[in-house]
Design a protein. Sequence first.
Length: 104
Amino acid sequence: MFNRFLVIATCLILSSVSFAAEFEVGQKNKQFTKRSLTIKAGDVVKFTNEDPFFHNVFSLSEIKTFDLGSYPKGEFKTVTFDKKGKAEIECAIHPNMRMTITVE
Ligand SMILES: [Cu+2]
C-alpha cells in the first residue's frame, strides 16, 4: 500500500520537473577544455579547476553577467544559463583563457 503511494508520488514529482542538463568545462593548462559549447536555456555549466594553481571564471555578457571568484585545483562552481544568446567566458587571472557558450 505504502509502496504504491510512493511510486505515484514520485511519478507526480518527476513529471512536473523539467530536467536541466549539466555540462562540465575544465580549466586545464591555462585554457578552458572547451573553446565553445552549445547548451539549452536552463542548463547548468560546471567549471572545474584542474590546474595546480588558481583560476577565475567571469562573464560580462548581456545574457549572463557573473564572477565566480578565484578557486584552487579540484574545486568547481556552477552557473545556470537561463537566457538565450551568447556568453563570452573569461578568466581574470589568465587573459588568454576564453570560451563561448551559446544558449539556444
Ligand atoms: Cu585562469
